[in-house]
Design a protein around this ligand. Structure first.
Ligand SMILES: CC(C)(COP(=O)(O)OP(=O)(O)OC[C@H]1O[C@@H](n2cnc3c(N)ncnc32)[C@H](O)[C@@H]1OP(=O)(O)O)[C@@H](O)C(=O)NCCC(=O)NCCS
Length: 189
């Protein structure tokens, strides 16, 4: 497969994102949410570069991972974690997102990003990772299952898009000792 200057054989490298990556990340994201827009459903604004820039800055301050995958010098995917909830009691639990460029699906980018994100969250002291996945998103459900995430919740009809109600699946994975030991007293508050 050829996509711009990249080749399937180019190695995939994961690194922390930079401000200069923002446009490429937004393009990946927009492409995924534009899918099906003609059917009339995606409401609310698309994120703007400034939104993403602010989010990255906030996350850096809180030591939350924000990663990109590159191949042949192009951004082919990104992944990041935020706090599951803002209240202090939840500070050991991260919630994550992962997006792969539509021309680079199925070549292991998601696998590398998710492994790196798991490692980075564990290293930052998080004890649980949580994801919300569309119930009909077989690729994401498969990816998370492969990395030991369990399905811990089913949320029927929580989204309305592309002209229909959609269900979400909540997945969770412990990190390091999970909830079997007391956490250290301070973590990125
Ligand atoms: C989900 C997503 C990140 C997977 O990325 P990817 O780079 O295509 O995935 P990989 O090639 O690394 O595949 C890793 C694993 O995911 C699963 N997987 C990937 N595509 C799949 C598909 N179409 N059907 C079922 N399982 C699939 C498999 O378990 C695969 O492991 P295997 O190769 O050993 O079989 C990608 O499809 C994507 O960005 N989707 C749109 C955005 C999205 O849905 N994000 C997740 C929101 S929670």
């Amino acid at each position: 497969m050829e996509a711009g200057s990249q080749r399937e054989s180019d190695p995939i490298v994961i690194r922390p994102s930079r401000d200069a990556d923002i446009d490429a990340m937004l393009a990946i994201y927009r492409r995924h949410i534009r899918r099906g827009v003609e059917e009339g459903a995606e409401e609310g604004g698309m994120p703007e570069p400034d939104d993403l820039r602010d989010r990255r800055k906030n996350m850096r301050n809180r030591r939350l991972p924000h990663l990109v995958a590159t191949s042949g010098g192009e951004i082919v995917g990104y992944a990041y974690a935020v706090l599951f909830r803002k209240r202090p009691a939840y500070r050991y639990t991260a919630k994550h997102s992962i997006y792969v460029h539509h021309e680079h699906l199925g070549r292991g980018v998601g696998r590398l990003l998710l492994q790196a994100l798991i490692d980075a969250c564990a290293a930052a002291g998080f004890r649980q990772m949580i994801g919300y996945i569309d119930a009909d998103n077989a690729a994401s459900l498969g990816l998370h299952e492969r990395f030991g995430f369990s399905r811990v919740g089913f949320l029927p009809g929580v989204a309305y898009r592309y002209g229909r109600w959609a269900d979400s699946v909540m997945v969770q994975r412990p990190l390091g000792p999970g909830s079997t030991t007391t956490p250290p007293p301070l973590l990125g508050r």
